[in-house]
Design a protein around this ligand. Structure first.
Ligand SMILES: [Zn+2]
Length: 77
């Protein structure tokens, strides 16, 4: 594996979710790469649902740090 640095970055990243139905933004927690397999695809994984309205149109956002996460949660990104 030539990309060891990436692995380290991944473990430090923070996963956030944005529901397109009710607009809720939430932090899912610290970067678990397994949560992000479908970011590039149109459909989110079925297990990912908004905890507010149950909507499935949830976009994941991979913040590279707490600052970026807060910016996302407050709608600045
Ligand atoms: Zn929602």
């Amino acid at each position: 594996m030539p990309q060891e640095d990436r692995t380290i970055n991944h473990s430090l990243s923070l996963i956030c979710a944005h529901c397109h139905r009710c607009g809720r933004r939430s932090a899912l927690g610290q970067g678990d790469a397994k949560l992000l397999p479908a970011v590039e695809t149109a459909e989110p994984p079925p297990r990912l649902r908004c905890d507010m309205c149950g909507g499935r149109r949830v976009t994941l956002f991979n913040a590279s740090g707490p600052v970026e996460m807060l910016a996302f949660l407050s709608g600045r990104i």
